[in-house]
Design a protein around this ligand. Structure first.
Ligand SMILES: NC(=O)c1ccc[n+]([C@@H]2O[C@H](COP(=O)([O-])OP(=O)(O)OC[C@H]3O[C@@H](n4cnc5c(N)ncnc54)[C@H](OP(=O)(O)O)[C@@H]3O)[C@@H](O)[C@H]2O)c1
Length: 305
């Protein structure tokens, strides 16, 4: 099979699509033929070596966590899945950007037929992280919660899940996302110079909780400038500031197959929208990451092996 590999840290050009051995269905594991697998900024951070201390790498290294596809083989002891089942799930082994991937049977859930392959292949990192963010700050009906990078992979789901709590949701985003955010019942506020004044104007009675999906000072803006209690602030990227002020850092590590199934059911029922900004064949993996690295994606970019 073909899979993405890289032999050392570096820019996007270190990525190669290589012919490698097919994964085997070891006991308790399932081999999935991958139909769709999304890409995430964290994979860029790993590939350039920025997360070496947290996630050490051995080379050659694969990549990719989100996956959707068709069960190709099941290992001994796997009763829940059969060859031909349509599934979505995740791998923690940097292995999803490939034609085949082997995962523990517990890391899969049924792909609802209403989900397209590209959406199914984007259900893990961003939606689960958004779910964790909203749970961490626990918005209540009548409260106001602000979300940075509100139309990105994580932010675009977080604003929708936060709205479902009955809270007023303010989304910090560029002006191109105003209409999309309004369509989700979110109050758009432009980021950049003057954003603090615009946030105060949008929420004259104050902001109760803040979800930071961008970093770069939003934790301090939330706690120091807006006076939000640190335990109502969650960041998925600025761990240094969170440690300093006592903000939360919940993210994708909360994942379970049940959470994934819950989110997939919301999408299947038309209650949650996962915008697909672009799809690329696996052979164009470098182009996919070049687009993601611009940091102006609305929703998800997905590889189709
Ligand atoms: N800890 C975890 O578990 C976890 C999990 C997933 C992701 N992450 C991290 O979370 C971050 C977000 O991931 P993602 O997939 O949502 O990223 P993404 O999809 O690439 O985010 C793109 C969004 O960022 C917005 N943006 C660009 N510049 C901005 C600025 N100065 N202020 C506010 N927003 C800005 C863009 O809005 P415009 O297009 O309107 O400019 C765009 O909507 C990444 O750093 C990722 O590594 C952490």
């Amino acid at each position: 099979m073909h899979a993405v590999r890289f032999d050392h840290y570096g820019d996007v050009d270190v990525l190669e699509l290589r012919e490698v051995d097919d994964p085997v269905a070891a006991p308790g594991r399932v081999v999935v033929r991958v139909k769709a697998t999304s890409i995430n900024p964290g994979e860029i951070a790993i590939r350039v070596g920025a997360l070496e201390a947290m996630y050490p790498t051995t080379f050659p290294c694969g990549e990719g966590s989100d996956l959707a596809g068709v069960v190709e083989a099941v290992g001994d002891g796997v009763d829940a899945w059969s060859v031909g089942d349509e599934v979505l799930g995740w791998t923690d082994e940097r292995a999803a950007h490939a034609e085949l991937v082997a995962v523990p049977a517990t890391q899969l859930t049924v792909k609802p037929s209403a989900l397209s392959w590209e959406v199914a292949g984007a259900m893990f990192v961003a939606p689960v992280t958004a779910w964790a963010c909203v749970r961490a700050v626990a918005p209540q009906a009548g409260e106001t919660v602000a979300v940075s990078a509100a139309a990105g992979g994580v932010g675009g789901v977080a604003v929708q899940l936060a709205r479902r709590t009955g809270a007023t949701v303010i989304g910090l985003a560029g002006p191109d996302n105003d209409a999309w955010l309004r369509g989700k019942g979110v109050v758009p506020v432009a980021y950049g110079d003057g954003q603090l004044e615009r946030l105060r104007a949008a929420a004259p009675d104050g902001i109760d909780a803040f979800i930071d999906t961008f970093g770069g000072g939003y934790v301090d803006l939330a706690v120091t400038d807006l006076g939000i209690a640190p335990d109502r602030v969650n960041t998925i990227i600025d761990w240094e500031s969170a440690g300093r002020v006592g903000a939360k850092t919940e993210g994708s590590s909360v994942v379970t197959a049940e959470i994934l199934a819950e989110l997939a059911a919301l999408v299947a029922g038309g209650e949650l929208d996962i915008p697909i900004a672009a799809t690329y064949p696996l052979t164009a993996v470098k182009d996919a990451y070049r687009e993601l690295a611009q940091r102006h994606t609305r929703g998800k970019i997905v590889l189709l092996p």
